[in-house]
Design a binder for this molecule. Structure first.
Ligand code: UDP
Length: 237
């Protein structure tokens, strides 16, 4: 496999073409952003930690029967993934209230959400990723409603697998964001699953171990990501 030209530079990752038209390289950078790109910093080692973390989670999900774009980790910062047509929608599941739901609905952080909530956001930085529902996706032809139903079903399946995985290792999966794409007529989980796109708390102390450490300037951001990974059995040496 040969890595070729840069295709897209996102906020934390860059995508490169390869000599295989069906695959692209996902490169994890150290850039860390929050508040729609208003706060940006380079956090040493983060790209490498997230690449290793993401590979482990994607392989865990695939083993549980969830179709993903992930093919393999290539090296420290690169992974090979299937090329997809991305659905421009973020699927968010919340098990415990934190972040935007607290601001929007006046809910106290830490409130257990039973059953868990499911929300859709339109991926558009200029508009600040507004919340939408299925009717917007249909009206603006962002995806078929069948594909959205599949994405929703897979998002809940991910919750069953990962809520248990984190709890078994002393952590709470508070919430997370997933993105999906279409590849050869199949809906696959795309993008990444790392502490940049989810909230994870220590089950005992409720200490934040995710990107909220960066958003709220709590320090030890990458160290906390590594701690989560090590608890899951990963080695970042
Ligand atoms: N999230 C994300 N990218 C976004 C928006 C949210 O990865 O563009 C993740 C975020 O890290 C959290 C979950 O989705 O785990 C819910 O985020 P929320 O709606 O609470 O937004 P925030 O508080 O981050 O503004």
């Amino acid at each position: 496999m040969e890595k070729r030209e840069l295709l897209v530079k996102g906020k934390a990752k860059s995508m490169y073409a390869t000599d295989d038209p069906g695959c692209v390289v996902m490169h994890f950078r150290d850039d860390t952003s929050a508040f729609d790109g208003k706060k940006v910093e380079q956090l040493e080692r983060k790209g490498r930690v997230n690449n290793i973390f993401n590979a482990f989670i994607m392989e865990t999900l695939a083993a549980a029967g969830i179709p993903t774009h992930f093919v393999k980790r290539i090296d420290d910062r690169d992974s090979l993934v299937r090329r997809m047509t991305m659905i421009p929608v973020e699927c968010v599941v919340r098990n415990i209230a934190a972040g935007s739901i607290c601001r929007r609905l006046g809910i106290a952080e830490g409130t257990v959400l039973e059953p868990q909530t499911f929300e859709l956001f339109y991926k558009n930085d200029a508009l600040g990723d507004p919340m939408i529902n299925e009717s917007h996706i249909a009206a603006f032809k962002w995806a078929s409603l069948e594909d959205v139903a599949t994405a929703r079903e897979l998002t809940f399946k991910v919750n069953d697998v990962l809520k248990k995985l984190f709890l078994d290792h002393g952590m709470l999966l508070v919430d997370y964001k997933l993105e999906f794409g279409n590849c050869d007529g199949h809906v696959l989980l795309g993008d990444e699953f790392t502490p940049d796109g989810c909230r994870i708390w220590d089950a005992e102390t409720r200490e934040k171990l995710d990107k909220d450490r960066f958003r709220q300037s709590l320090g030890n951001v990458v160290e906390s990501y590594e701690l989560v990974g090590r608890r899951l059995g990963l080695n970042f040496d």
